[in-house]
Design a protein around this ligand. Sequence first.
Ligand code: HEM
Length: 223
Amino acid sequence: MTVTDAARAGSAGLPLSARLRSGTRADHEAAETAPFVERLMSGALTRDAYVDLAVQQHAVYTALEEVGDALRAATPAAASVVLEELRRVPSIEDDLAFLLGPGWAARVRVLPATERYAAHLRERCRTLPRWVAHAYTRYLGDLSGGQIIHRMMQRHYGLGEDGLSFYRFAAAPRVKPFKDEYRERLDALPLTEEQRDEVVAEAQRAFALNRDVFVDLGAVHLA
Ligand code: HEM
């Protein structure tokens, strides 16, 4: 039995959401402790660093939601996980218009790791298993640690609700039941065991792509 077979045997029968949580636990710890993230959260950086993060998130969510919309149009099963309540692009655009003023889109810089992440989404994640792995990584993260990030950005960088609407899910105000329901939707997806393996592997890749963005942001803001 190979290591992969053993890991699969150990998780066989577990719901997808549980497999995702345990399969990305180490990746989550690495993301949470990335130097850019830790310094941003502790208030050691400037508001510009937060704005730059929002710019990168705009590029990523534009790709994620564009691919999600196309998938929902083409694949009936995708409708249960491509949810309007989660859509983030309009919120990030409001935030950036507030933070940078009109015409912001022509004045921002999308970093190389962000370009790679967005290209990966557009080119490699047009199937349900691949896409949903990225949706899980980003949206459940925003609904979880994102709520802590929201508070820290308010505390350290003088931001009010304007500029932070990305972290507020107005269409899903009760976060905990919404997350539970989202996990149930993941668990109910009609995926084979091989496809569930693919989702977990792709979620690990999603975390790695996020880590790369933090490295690029660190190169700009930790100097
Ligand atoms: C400051 C950084 C972060 C903090 C403080 C943080 C904190 C947390 C906490 C407390 C939870 C558990 C919530 C719960 O059980 O309901 C969580 C879950 C999660 N976080 Fe983070 N997080 C951070 C960064 C990230 C990043 C960068 C990502 C991915 C890009 C991410 C993705 C996730 C995901 C997918 C979950 C859901 C795990 C699951 O239940 O399956 N987090 N986070």
